[in-house]
Design a protein around this ligand. Structure first.
Ligand code: 6YU
Length: 499
């Protein structure tokens, strides 16, 4: 049998696991996955909470339809609810946004008519759609989705009734806050307009995993031999383009150095660490250093924070039909810069709560979303501070000073995770889709190199059309596995003969 090349995969998120699973299936026998933390799954992270399970990271299959490999696997493994498998659900477009209308609560305990809300939501959705259609029309490198939408707001507001202006502006600030969560950014002013439409929406109304997103991760890694995944093995540096003596008689081009002093020689290493980690570490993480164009891509692409605050109530204060709650902060407006004092004002960035289902299995749980610097500040607060902020918030918006405090809260802290450094990537002003492609380029770039494909790059931030998602991450892992499979065609033949 031909010798099996030594492959080291850095990171046991869905990208790294998908790469390993595919290589293993094609007959690669010498694979190690090195994972810095004590668990697999990375940004897919299901935890016990209230009476059931909640997602700390990825929550929905965005676009659950046959073109989405996460949907394919989930249905193949029988992990989805019958509703999610309905053909009509697979055909409709949800566009990564909750499809229901929120119920709006104002910060002084009032509410907003459904009609007023529908008008503003309609406008906002149209503007987002227009922003996505800029791909092939004229726009400048400095243009942002935020500046485009602001211009539409200014134009449109000329036609609003005077008495609606303040409410409409406050609603739009809330919708922009929610959009920051979708893009994983502090401000939509940071998100580049020209490439915004390159992100591809798949058909299907977003659905969740009744047994947790991590049940998919567990199914993907099930066929991998024990010992292939090494937990608590943080990689410190990747030495490439060298000659490293292995324990066998082989000389390898790559050596992976770990924080604990261990090292692994390899023919190929697939790096799937988050862009947030690369932003902090890339200067010391590779030796020799990455080419300038890759370093520029790492620096210029966006990687922001979207956090969750889960809030459990003894009894719901909301109506049983409510699926989404928007908080309207009176006095806020897209025309006014948010106040800088985060301690006083962080909570005003929290504009949207999803009512988690089903209450019979989970209890009465709201999942708030908050993005950007306010989300990063929130991570520094204690449990008690957040609980008290939540108690105040819900008392204010319900106008009920006696509302019992939440039973418990649970928040994510993606920014402070040393091996993640935020939530997911976006194409920032100053970068483009080419940067995502550039990140995916293997090293050495010289196609004629004696030892090609020494360092390969996977992870959600390397998928030009599907970045920021689990399906993007999965596709990226399989893509890099395919590069190696193509390089060793004889291995696949051996594997299929063996079956
Ligand atoms: C999705 C969703 N979703 C919410 C929140 C988050 C994310 N996503 P990993 O990080 O998983 O793995 C890398 C591993 O490497 C990790 O285990 C590290 O520990 C390890 N590592 C790092 N350094 C190392 C070292 N030195 N040595 C060894 N190991 C090391 N995606 O499909 N549906 O609902 C959400 C959401 C709060 C944080 C999400 C969602 C994103 C996915 O979670 C994420 O992309 C993948 O899991 C990443 O997998 P990976 O393997 O690449 O990395 C128009 C337009 C706009 C564009 N955006 C629209 C889409 C919106 C995205 N939506 C998100 C929404 C939610 C709620």
């Amino acid at each position: 049998a031909p010798p099996s090349p030594a492959v080291v995969i850095v990171g046991a998120g869905i990208s790294g696991l998908a790469a390993a699973e595919k290589l293993h299936k094609h007959g690669f026998q010498n694979i190690k996955i090195l994972e810095a933390t004590g668990r697999t799954g990375g940004r897919i992270y299901t935890q016990k909470y209230a009476k059931g399970l909640v997602e700390i990271g990825a929550q929905w299959i965005h676009g659950p339809s046959p073109d989405n490999p996460i949907f394919q696997l989930a249905s193949q493994f029988g992990l989805l609810s019958p509703d999610a498998l309905l053909e009509e659900n697979q055909k409709a477009y949800g566009n990564n946004h909750p499809s229901d209308m929120p119920v709006v609560y104002t910060s002084s305990g009032g509410n907003i008519s459904a009609a007023a809300l529908a008008d503003i939501m309609g406008l906002f959705i149209t503007w987002l759609e227009q922003a996505r259609n800029f791909t092939n029309s004229r726009c400048g490198p400095e243009d942002s989705v935020g500046s485009f939408i602001l211009q539409q707001i200014v134009n449109s507001s000329q036609e609003w009734d005077k008495e609606l202006v303040d409410t409409n502006m406050a609603l739009l600030r809330g919708l922009l806050n929610m959009e920051c969560c979708v893009s994983g950014t502090h401000s939509m002013d940071y998100v580049a307009l020209c490439p915004f439409g390159e992100y591809t929406m798949l058909a299907g109304i977003d659905c969740t995993f009744p047994t947790g997103f991590e049940s998919l991760v567990n199914r993907i890694k099930a066929p991998l031999p024990s010992g292939m995944v090494v937990l608590n093995k943080a990689v410190k540096r990747i030495d490439w383009n060298g000659s490293f003596q292995g324990n066998d008689s082989h000389v390898y081009p790559v050596e992976v150095q770990c924080e604990d002093g261990d090292s692994f020689v390899a023919d190929h290493v697939i790096v799937t660490v988050p862009l947030g980690f690369l932003k902090k570490q890339s200067a010391d993480f590779f030796s020799p250093e990455l080419p300038t164009s890759k370093m520029q891509a790492i620096k210029n692409l966006g990687f922001g924070t979207n956090n969750k605050i889960l809030v459990e109530f003894e009894k719901p204060f909301w109506d049983p039909n409510t699926t989404l709650i928007q908080v309207l902060w009176e006095g806020d407006s897209p025309l006014i810069e948010p106040k800088e004092d985060l301690k006083q004002n962080w909570i005003r960035k929290l504009s949207i709560f999803v009512v988690l289902e089903p209450p019979a299995q989970l209890g009465h749980v709201l999942c708030g979303f908050i993005a950007g610097k306010e989300a990063e500040f929130m991570e520094t607060l204690t449990y008690e501070e957040i609980l008290s902020s939540m108690t105040d918030l819900f008392r204010r918006i319900t106008g009920n000073p006696e509302l019992p405090p939440p039973v418990s809260i649970l928040r994510s802290q993606w920014y402070s995770q040393p091996y993640t450094g935020g939530s997911y990537s976006y194409v920032a002003v100053g970068s483009s889709g080419d940067d995502l492609d550039n990140l995916a380029e293997p090293l050495p770039t010289d196609k004629e190199a004696l030892k090609p494909l020494q360092v390969l790059f996977g992870g959600e931030a390397t998928e030009r059309n599907f970045y920021s998602t689990t399906h993007g991450a999965l596709i990226s892992g399989r893509r890099e596995a395919q590069r190696l499979i193509d390089r060793y065609p004889q291995l696949g033949v051996t594997a299929s003969k063996a079956k």
